[in-house]
Design a protein around this ligand. Sequence first.
Ligand code: UGA
Ligand code: MN
Length: 326
Amino acid sequence: MVRLLSLKKLLMVYFVMSTGALLWLILNFGLFCDTSSKEEETLLTKTKDLRQWEERLRRRERDLLKKPQEDANLPTIYAIMPTHTRHVQKAELTRLAQTFLHVKNFHWILVEDSDSQTDLVTRFLASCGIKYTHLNIKTPENYQLKETDPNWLKPRGVEQRNVGLQWLRENLDLDRDRGVVYFADDDNTYSLQLFDEMRHTRGVSVWPVGLVGGMRFERPVVEHGKVVRWYTYWRPERPFAIDMAGFAVNLQLILENRQVKFELRVRRGYLESSLLQHLVTMDELEPLADNCTKVLVWHTRTEKPKMKQENFLIQAGRPSDPRIEV
Ligand code: UGA
Ligand code: MN
């Protein structure tokens, strides 16, 4: 009887304890489950939010790097630009790219003065976000400027511009492609307004250039809507006494006159004339920039950086890390 009672008690205790344990488990497990799913839910929303932000930032970055939306109705600006290796090259190209990124339908034809395309320019172009064509041609030895030569002694960028013209003629179609060709230096400063002005050039358009020819500006002088002479101190009698940065040519004119190019063996100051005289007369020029009264491009020249200390280190056998691109 006693054994039976204690067995009953034991069973009761067992029952109560296991039910309690079960209840505790259910409650705790349930509670735990609840917290975990709530936390998980908030975590998931946060991750989703972060992903969305990440994607938004990535898109914004792409937009910033990408040109403004191309407009099929606008003619393309083909900017042929010679460039050569020197300490400031990447800085110049960066400065220019960040201007050109703002220009719609812009095609950068960058022509290196070198036997082969350099890694620096190749990498630079690949990540610049601008539509481009990368070309190269080395200036013939006897036309290269020596370190000690004054820069006016020989014309610069001539063969490079001609290779750019050749590319246009080989790759574009007279009936299909609409555009304007501009010859840009890699050290000039370009206002965005300049590109709006030149885009609808029908033949050859002209405008002033700042900080050139030893003057504040040079410009075509316009009377009754026509260019009548050149405001320049040096040789105003030249057929086209205008800097390379001061004119643009309609693409069709370039494609129709397939043999026209810059003359390497030309007298100082006659490089621009060597091309233009085969394409247009003074009377036909289209004056832009408020009848050639506004300066929208500057013939800036970047100071050559001093490398005195760098050279000391080279002589001491401790040159700076060549893996760091400047
Ligand atoms: C001025 C004009 O702005 C040039 O467009 C014109 O070619 C030059 O005169 C000339 O008469 O030949 P400037 O500023 O004095 O030019 O010359 P740079 O800017 O030194 O050179 C013009 C272009 O040719 C630049 O884009 C430059 O990178 C390139 N260049 C220069 C080479 O490709 N190779 C060189 O050895 C030197
Ligand atoms: Mn220049």
